[in-house]
Design a protein around this ligand. Sequence first.
Ligand SMILES: Nc1nc2c(ncn2[C@@H]2O[C@H](COP(=O)(O)OP(=O)(O)OP(=O)(O)O)[C@@H](O)[C@H]2O)c(=O)[nH]1
Ligand SMILES: [K+]
Ligand SMILES: [Mg+2]
Length: 372
Amino acid sequence: MSAILEKIATIELEMSRTQKNKATENHLGSLRAKLAQLRRELIEPSGKSGGKGEGFDVTKTGDCRVGLVGFPSVGKSTLLTKLTGVHSEAAAYEFTTLTCVPGVIHYRGARVQLLDLPGIIEGAKDGKGRGRQVISTARTCDVIVVVLDAMKPLTHRRLIEKELDGFGIRLNKKPPNISYTVKEKGGVNVLPFKPKSGEDPAWLDESTAKAILEEYHVKNCDVKIYENCTDEELIDVIEGNRIYTPCVYAVNKIDQITVEELELLDEVPHYVPVSSGKEWNLDGLLDKIWEYLNLTRIYTKPKGQNPAYDAPIILKKGQVTVEDFCNSLHKSMVKNFKEANVWGISAKHRPQKVGKEHVLSDEDVVQIVKKI
Ligand SMILES: Nc1nc2c(ncn2[C@@H]2O[C@H](COP(=O)(O)OP(=O)(O)OP(=O)(O)O)[C@@H](O)[C@H]2O)c(=O)[nH]1
Ligand SMILES: [K+]
Ligand SMILES: [Mg+2]
């Protein structure tokens, strides 16, 4: 592994010494592509052992998973204990937590698995400490809560982001709008983004895109870039294993700072100020996590009975059709599906008869009608 790290360091040094301008764009793009390929080797060692940079062996339970990530002693374990009632050792020394401790939050009808994780340090993505294990586990989370210490510099936020970024986790970002199709023949065709007049010029031009593809030895493909993307974003699409996770920044220990300092925190996007020690604003944090989870609760209504309001079926973002609902009830459900009656925001009538493709809204009531 150290040979890979050395190569990475060499490339990073070269990139930092190369001025970014029109003449160096292609070269920088190639270097970035080389870097991405080396990083992948770190995440997925090609040898038999290890496999995909392995996380902690904790079974997924509940409807969704949220992970607490941060530097040591920012208060992750205190937060887990306060939010879930599961005891996780907290102490004033760093690396108190050495493994992954799961707890469950029952919130608005959903069961949210919360994971307390060991602290990470800079260089975690390159294998320092338990960093890779922590970040691999973070990849399995529906929402990441980055815990920051209000007493420490706000630049820590960027440092944590860099570690997660190096492991292919993109926080609060959408996948780039690029279509990429590898083909058998036909050469490399790049359709670059064409900004309208008055907009920023395209960041990524055809020749840099081609230089990047060459670095991947792709000989035949179609690339269509539909928005203003960076070389990094094209690389993300080619690599294909990036994870796009919503992230909440919990700025903890606000009992230790002044009101003026607290106001400065307002500049941090996606943040929630808390004191896990004093249990300040834990509701605010849960609220934000809930918003970022973006879950859809569906109440089932068996014929002739009241809807099961106490036990909603939880659908995740992007999987909110009636078909997804059927699948989360039982595998065979779709086969016997005739139609569904839906009450709620997504329904035009009360009830509306719908097919499998109907898109449901949070708190809809659904009754499945089976074929006879
Ligand atoms: N003042 C203050 N102290 C806190 C707060 N939350 C946690 N602490 C203290 O911060 C120290 C570290 O807390 P932990 O919960 O162990 O932090 P951690 O992030 O889990 O630490 P590691 O597992 O070592 O990475 C402990 O002494 C806590 O009592 C808070 O809101 N305010
Ligand atoms: K600690
Ligand atoms: Mg801890």
